[in-house]
Design a protein. Structure first.
Length: 257
C-alpha cells in the first residue's frame, strides 16, 4: 500500500521502539517522515533504518518552544504537514509518598504539555491546508491503575481526554485526532526491563488474554490506519492495542480450585 505517498509526517520520540516502528511503517507507505529525539546517535541510526526522505532533529520535547518551532519548520520546508504522531514519553517511577511535585510534573511536561503544544501548532497548519490527522500514543496505564506509577499513569490518562477535546475542535477544520493505548509491547526498553528478572517476561505475557506481548509493528499498523484516509470518519477514538488486557477482569479462584 502507498496510503501516504507524498505526505509529510512528524513522529516525536521516533528513534526507537514504537515511535521507530510507526516511522518505518509510514515511510514504507510513501510518507516523508521527520522524527525527533534526545540522542543524535540513535536518531542517525533510526533515519538509516527508516530510509527514504526521512530526517531528524535532536530535541527534548519538554522544551515546548523548540518543539513548536520544529513542527513549523518541517511544515514550512515541505510545504505541508499531513500527520503528527505524539509518541515521546517520560516514565516516572515511585510511590506517591516518595515523589515530589517536580518529579511528578516532569511526566506531565513530556506526556501532556508537549502533545498539547505540538497539536496546537499542527492543527493550525492542517486547518489552513484543508485537513490532516493526529495520533497520540498513550498507554494501558491510562486506563488501569498500577502501584508506583501515579505520575505516568495520570499524565497518560490526561492525554486520552485531551485527545477527545482536540478532536472536537479539530473536526471544524477537518483535522482528526485519535489516541492509541498500547499494552505491554516488546520494545527494547521493555524487554530489557522484564528480562532482568528470570521468568518475568513469561509471567507478564501469561497475564495477557492473548498470552503474549505485543510487537511494535502491531502498534504501528494501528497508527497507520488511524492516520490514513481509510479512517476518514474516525476521530476522538481511544484504540487499545493490548491483546485484550484492558478489558480483562481478574478475580481470585474460589477456595480449593
Amino acid at each position: 500500500m502507498n496510503r501516504f505517498e507524498g505526505k509529510v509526517v512528524i513522529v516525536t520520540g521516533g528513534s526507537e521502539g514504537i515511535g521507530l516502528a510507526i516511522a518505518e511503517r509510514l515511510a514504507r507507505e510513501g510518507a516523508r517522515v521527520a522524527i525527533c529525539g534526545r540522542r543524535e546517535d540513535a536518531l542517525r541510526q533510526a533515519v538509516a533504518t527508516i530510509g527514504g526522505d526521512s530526517e531528524y532533529r535532536v530535541l527534548d520535547v519538554s522544551d515546548t518552544d523548540a518543539l513548536v518551532a520544529w513542527v513549523e519548520d518541517v511544515a514550512s520546508r515541505h510545504g505541508r504537514l499531513d500527520a503528527l504522531v505524539n509518541n515521546a514519553m517520560h516514565v516516572g517511577w515511585g510511590a506517591i509518598s516518595d515523589t515530589d511535585v517536580s518529579a511528578f510534573r516532569q511526566d506531565y511536561r513530556v506526556n501532556v504539555d508537549a502533545p498539547f503544544a505540538s497539536t496546537r501548532a499542527a492543527m493550525g497548519i492542517m486547518t489552513a491546508q484543508g485537513g490532516g490527522a493526529i495520533v497520540n500514543v498513550t498507554s494501558i496505564n491510562a486506563l488501569l491503575a498500577i502501584d508506583n506509577m501515579a505520575a505516568y499513569s495520570s499524565s497518560k490518562a490526561a492525554l486520552v481526554h485531551f485527545t477527545r477535546c482536540a478532536a472536537m475542535e479539530g473536526a471544524q477544520g477537518n483535522v482528526r485526532v485519535n489516541v492509541i493505548a498500547p499494552g505491554v509491547i516488546a520494545t527494547p526498553s521493555t524487554t530489557n526491563a522484564l528480562g532482568g528478572i528470570p521468568g518475568y517476561t513469561e509471567a507478564v505475557a501469561g497475564g495477557v488474554p492473548m498470552q503474549r506481548l505485543g510487537e511494535p509493528d502491531e502498534v504501528a499498523a494501528a497508527a497507520a490506519f488511524l492516520l490514513s484516509d481509510e479512517a476518514s470518519y474516525i476521530t476522538a477514538v481511544c484504540l487499545s492495542v493490548d491483546g485484550g488486557k484492558s478489558q480483562q477482569l481478574v478475580v481470585p479462584p474460589p477456595p480449593g480450585a
